[in-house]
Design a protein around this ligand. Structure first.
Ligand SMILES: Cc1ncc(COP(=O)(O)O)c(C=O)c1O
Length: 363
């Protein structure tokens, strides 16, 4: 089979095993907790669950390819026109569509600081793009360095705020500096997957109005605070020209009907978001306190996960936690050899995680 070198060099995504399978393999009798993918531990809103059940009887029909009702509700909610919104099969798909629509030149460069959301890199590699990865500074985007690296070939700049996996944010004034400095044909992607958690913090600035700039798109998702990761639905907000081009490369039925119904109902359940954000805050304070008590360094987060430093081999700590039924994420693959990332769970999960960690680290 003739396959391009850059495709041969890709490594397939290694998904985690189903929890039941893991239990069997590791011989774990008790509970398993998954704190590895920054999902909402409270689950989806009850209203969304009802809508999912109702939508089930209609899945013989193709979904509404335009997400008509959802777009209407979201546009009112955000105060933007329908033409400024696009939905994707998760914001993952929108990242891919951005590459497909806008990074079509041979010399195109993709610019971001790293570690960040790894899909910018994986999708970029699948499109054989030149990836310009700059190191984070103190776990945060290094905007001065980023500005120095913008050139006429820079096609997409990914700004992730809060940044996964570090939880740090980029100041609005810094994003504005990037917008002012960019070349005319550069697209700036402001990925706010964790927006609902971040905006609950006093010093997180609302960035929505930045979509009005030429060449800027904001990405948000229903996968995190809304608790709908399994249904795959995210959205982008940009000027009509960008949305129009994205629609040209978008598969016609990219967002399934159950996801649309669930997201529509979830938008009506502000109480669930409030509860989720409050639970996250309590969990975060608990984990900060425990980390401090145990002398474990961590990075202050604006999100629903925390990056922490165990001062010893992260993979080994990861495996020992796994044997106790606690699934977190080792950051060794990002070059953080002694760091792991934990999703903030329910209080029971947080306590089980800290208990397991204390045993593994002997502290
Ligand atoms: C920063 C960031 N962007 C995008 C995504 C993708 O989210 P979705 O489930 O909407 O594809 C994630 C998921 O972890 C993320 O962390």
């Amino acid at each position: 089979m003739k396959v391009a070198e850059h495709i041969k060099n890709l490594k397939p995504y290694q998904g985690g095993k189903p929890i039941e399978e893991l239990k069997r393999e590791l011989g774990i009798e008790g509970k398993i907790i998954k704190l590895a993918s920054n999902e909402n531990p409270l689950g989806p809103s009850k209203k969304a669950q009802e809508a999912i059940k109702e939508a089930a009887s209609g899945v013989n029909l193709y979904p509404d390819g335009d997400c008509y009702y959802l777009k209407g509700k979201l546009s009112k909610r955000l105060g933007v026109e329908r033409g400024n919104i696009i939905f994707g099969n998760g914001s993952d798909e929108l990242i891919e569509l951005l590459y497909r629509a806008f990074a079509t030149g041979e010399d195109d460069e993709i610019l971001y600081c790293y570690p960040t959301f790894v899909e910018y890199k994986i999708i970029g590699m699948s499109f054989n793009k030149k990836l310009v990865e700059l190191p984070l500074k103190d776990f945060s985007y290094d905007i001065d360095k980023l500005l120095e690296n913008i050139n006429k070939n820079t096609r997409i700049i990914f700004l992730n705020t809060p940044n996964n996996p570090t939880g740090t944010i980029i100041k609005k004034s810094d994003i504005e500096r990037v917008i002012s400095a960019k070349e005319e044909d550069t697209l700036i992607v402001i990925d706010e997957a964790y927006y609902e958690y971040a905006i609950a913090e006093d010093d997180y600035e609302e960035l929505l109005e930045l979509y009005k700039h030429e060449g800027v798109i904001l990405l948000r998702t229903f996968s995190k605070a809304y608790g709908l990761a399994g249904l795959r639905i995210g959205y982008g907000i940009a000027n009509e020209e960008i949305i129009d081009y994205l629609n040209r490369v978008r598969p016609p039925f990219n967002v399934n009907s159950v996801a649309q119904a669930a997201a529509l109902a979830a938008l009506d359940d502000d109480e669930h978001i409030k509860k989720s954000v409050e639970s996250n805050k309590r969990g975060k304070e608990f984990l900060y306190r425990e980390f401090e008590r145990l002398g474990i360094k961590y990075v202050k987060t604006y999100s629903n996960f925390i990056l922490f430093d165990v001062g010893e081999d992260a993979d080994s700590v990861y495996n020992k936690l796994l044997k106790k039924g606690i699934i977190v994420r080792s950051m060794s693959g990002y070059g953080y050899r002694t760091m792991l990332r934990v999703t903030i769970g329910t209080m029971d999960e947080n306590e089980m995680f800290i208990g397991g960690l204390r045993e593994v680290l002997n502290v």
